[in-house]
Design a protein around this ligand. Sequence first.
Ligand code: ADP
Length: 356
Amino acid sequence: MPVSDALRQALQSLTVPGLGVPLSVAKMLKGIEGDDGTVRVKLEWPTPAFPGQDEFLATIRQAAAGQLASGQSLEIETSSQVRGKMTGGAVGLKAKNVIAVGSGKGGVGKSTVATAITYALHSFGCKVGLLDADVYGPSVPHLTGVATQQPMAQPMTLPDGKQITRIIPIESSGVKIMSMGFFLKPDQAVIWRGPLLHRAITQFLSETDWGDLDYLIIDLPPGTGDVALTLSQLLGLAGAVVVCTPQQVALLDAVKAISMYRQVKIPVLGLVENMSGEIFGRGGTRATAEKMGLPCLGEIPMDAAIRIAGDEGRMGTIFNTDGPGVQAFRHVAQQTALQIVKEQLQGPALPSLEIL
Ligand code: ADP
């Protein structure tokens, strides 16, 4: 006996956790075939970082169990394919999803979270790049242990014969990194005028040899909207993740940052509470996110292992360990990836805080 309609129906109508839509709408079922002995279900995750995979597979097995003919067993074959829109055409960037990480103010751990999301997505098997666009205080080279390196320029010939120069990004623990920090002396400050800033960001996006990426993470400067505006003019971003600490003042700044992203038409994917715990408190971000109708993507505890890894330039290697901070970072990366899939299925929510 092949596959019964009842079984097809039961599987197609299962609600996908996190997405809140049936499997058929989520377009994750790539085939149901069967013979007398076996029913084979092909399931494609929309990102390898999709959260709750084991639990959902168990749900599928349970739903199928009642609909299998006697003697039939179920086999689920899984694969994953990162979905995305490739919206970097104008600057020649080939990244399926561009995620900006911002904050209302400095010192909340924005660069640490941006770096951690990058490595966490890589640990799930995604191709990831990290652009440090925090031109006022580029700290990514330090956090990733590559501060003394310098990217090389490489001449290349395009298929039409045109000669161009590409900058080869620095690799650290499997991810590609580019930062203004590579081009400055450690104690050198730069005054950025608008057009110069615009040109530097454009160059980092278009002249870096990023290759094909599933995700490009961009560490934005805190607060101000100039880099965010430039980015939104150059690319279609998947969205912004806003990092804050739990105290009230920090949350007020985060709310301002959210309003700024909405003004420059960057959808906000959600908020992350960093340094959650006894010192600054806990849960304030979730409450603020709920009030603003946004997801809280996770709470990262104050964890000495994170600070030490950052100080020593070992943010990449902590993903070989399994402390509370690392687990929280993985969760944030998964929720961020999930939120992007959700927005791509539903279309982004319309910004409700327009003050133009
Ligand atoms: P920002 O980019 O917002 O200015 P950073 O990412 O540079 O902030 O972080 C500021 C400092 O806080 C760094 O020393 C970093 O290691 C530390 N830090 C960030 N997040 C945590 C955390 N969850 N636990 C412990 N230390 C943290």
